[in-house]
Design a protein around this ligand. Sequence first.
Ligand SMILES: *Cc1c(COP(=O)(O)O)cnc(C)c1O
Length: 586
Amino acid sequence: MKIIRHKDFRVEENTYHRLDSIEDVEEFYGAIKRETLTHKLSSERPFCYWTLEVYDKENGIRGGGGLGVLAADTRRVAEQLQVPFVMITPFYPWESHQKMQNMEQTDYHVEKNYADFGFNLVDTVSIKTSTTAVELAVVEKQLGTTRFLCVTEPNFGELYSGESGSDHRLYQEVALGFGGYQALKLVGLKPAVIQLNEVATFFAAIARLDELVSSGMDFYEAVVYTRKHTLYTNHTLVQAAEAMFTFRQFEQYVFPNVKSSAVRRWLAEKFTDGRIKLSTPTIEIAELRSGVSKLHARVANYRDINGNRVKFKAITNGIHVDTWVLPEIVEYYEKNGILDKFSLPTEDYQEKVEKVSAEDIRYLKNLGRVKLNEILQDRTDQYGNPVHIPEDALLFDFKRRFVDYKRPWLPFTDYERLADILEKNDAYYILAGRVHLGDATMFGELMKLLKLIDGHPVLKKRVSYLPDYDEELGYGLSLGSNVAINTPIVGLEACGTSWMKDIANMGLLISTHDGGVADMPADNYLNIDGRDEAEEVAALYEQMDVAAQAWRNDFDLEYWVHKELAAYLPVISGARMMKDYLTYLF
Ligand SMILES: *Cc1c(COP(=O)(O)O)cnc(C)c1O
């Protein structure tokens, strides 16, 4: 079978690239050397992806961070590649937001109705607790070869409402696992494979095991069968940090939903001192296990029930290119033979990347800046004021969830130096973040930063904080900012995907060597190196100078953009990720 080449493909305006015919799909599968795949996956036996979190605003489901972005992108890539795919996830009836006025933050909640986002009600299913039954609505939305299959009910709450070991969280996880499995049967589907996006989805595998055993399969055969068809994707580094549930909680929420006494016994054996971490039984029930970058798969420290270190297959996250990259840049990549119609890098993409000129980069980046400013029109800063970045000014950004290990304060360590760099380069700095609801420590850190900025005339003029960080802001900043700053403590970022959005949109990346960035050698981007935090801070400011210099000098700009694209386009490609998953699964 021949691999599709770019020259066979015409770029048309406003197309959301799909494979156009079944022959195209066959060619894709042929290209990944899996001719038998179509026999294993079908519309009745799809790839079933369970996740507690999806970040897909267009479809009414808002996640909390990278795990949800990955889930949404995985479905979009599956749709683009015409993979039969079902995403089983809750439809949350409530969603939390933040706004700021005069540095005072207010949290507010928005009610969501699935019908407003094109979901149809299928029917209801029910799950049990020890004292009652809960009816869940099953709603679905078809998108090409993929669909959302959601469970929901008015008291389901928000994403991550309740502490991670709380009754409510367990209820949500049980509802998604057992309720979601019933939903699948309701619409007449059988899973070809189950992907568990983190351990919160573990009960889906138990629902399947329970069904096999209850319908007469020998218990051990059922375990072997379930194991072979279940992939557990881990995004967390340390098992120690995981929340625990008690046996009493299981008696109340889990066991009433398990028909087979053998399955209940099997689960009960996984408790130690009356407590359980869901990763323990998840590792037992999933023979396939993946981590989300090379580094993460290597360092994730998980033990199985016998105390043996668990091995994870590295499948680095990718992004759905059409979603996160300026359409003109996608078109540019395709016209110039850098990406093919699947958003996979072409065979000779590295040679083609060398021809990307500074003039093209600047032109495309300017279009991105216009788009960013459009998005900023609907946003306000920490004072409640609108933000506009001059078209010709240099823009640095730091856009992340506000969590400790990402170190949003790092660039402010020597704030006079930061102010100097911004002033002498006529540069601006946007800090976009979201503090987890109830995280008082990080909220305190944020307030400290905002006060510092408020008290410094240069910083006050050049630094803006944008609350309620979401995918629209993530998109806009990837398009319109010149330099992105990524400073996780090395070893703590599982993968990260916002840096991928920055590189794909031809921005410069300043980063520590961590997560998916560390899939490639550190000389491919503006690396922050250092033996301790003080050295890292010094390196960060040096690289900010280098980046500012590069945006003034065509030769340097081309040098860094070529480096980044040549090294990372294969990593970034969501189609590459899907290809890796399919190859691992089948
Ligand atoms: C891309 C994106 C993420 C992923 O961020 P990382 O910090 O790179 O993991 C999280 N949230 C939003 C809103 C995003 O757009």
